[in-house]
Design a protein around this ligand. Structure first.
Ligand SMILES: [Zn+2]
Length: 219
């Protein structure tokens, strides 16, 4: 017997069929379709049957972005993944074999990585909301009007504080202390450059606004 379903039930039936017909063990080959299909359906938004996919973990998101070849020369970055802003540490200094000054102590590298993570978290407020469609992986830009320098200035301030706070975890291990101190020096330079530029830009804007208000009232 053939039954005509209303549009919404029809969609639900397709979801059920697609879900049931996929190999229960492997997601290979069908993962993309499955996620795309479920997330774009109203059934998924309400999820009454618990069929919706769990968003990927932060690590899975970052691994996928790295596989895409996203900025792996960088120390870190923010990506949009499954509708969330995710902070990734792309490359701790210790993994660059060509750099003789690269940090090499595992504890030092751990401290540096965790502080890069804190830096990237600061960027979350400076980037627009991520598209919510699953799956989605992209690097967002800084919100227009905020300015990259302000975002970087704030982020490097946080990173520097984090390094200063955590250097005690080296427990006097000379290589670890050296690694973290080198990083602090680098971060300070970058912080100073970006904060100076951000301040100048904001000062100019203030002056411009002050002047235009003055002109406007004709005083
Ligand atoms: Zn940054």
């Amino acid at each position: 017997m053939k039954v005509l379903l209303p549009r919404s039930l029809d969609t639900y039936d397709q979801v059920q069929t697609q879900f049931r017909s996929r190999d229960p063990i492997g997601y290979e080959g069908s993962e993309w379709n499955l996620y795309e299909f479920l997330f774009s359906s109203p059934t998924c938004l309400l999820d009454p049957f618990g069929l919706c996919p769990e968003p990927r973990t932060e690590k899975e998101c970052c691994d996928a972005a790295k596989q895409n070849g996203d900025d792996d020369d960088d120390a870190g970055g923010v990506i949009c993944c499954d509708g969330r802003k995710v902070s990734c540490v792309w490359l701790s200094g210790g993994t660059d074999p060509d750099d003789p000054d690269a940090p090499s102590d595992p504890i030092g590298i751990g401290i540096i990585d965790s502080c890069i993570k804190e830096h990237e978290d600061v960027h979350h407020v400076h980037v627009p909301d991520c598209p919510s469609k699953i799956p989605h992986l992209k690097r967002p830009n800084t919100k227009p009007g905020i300015g990259d320098d302000r975002a970087e200035c704030d982020a490097y301030k946080k990173e520097e504080k984090c390094l200063l706070r955590n250097i005690r975890k080296c427990r006097g291990n000379p290589q670890c202390v050296r690694d973290v101190r080198d990083e602090i020096e680098l971060v300070r330079k970058r912080r100073a450059k970006h904060c100076k530029r951000a301040f100048e830009l904001e000062e100019n804007r203030r002056r411009f606004l002050g002047l235009s208000r003055h002109t406007f009232f004709g005083i």
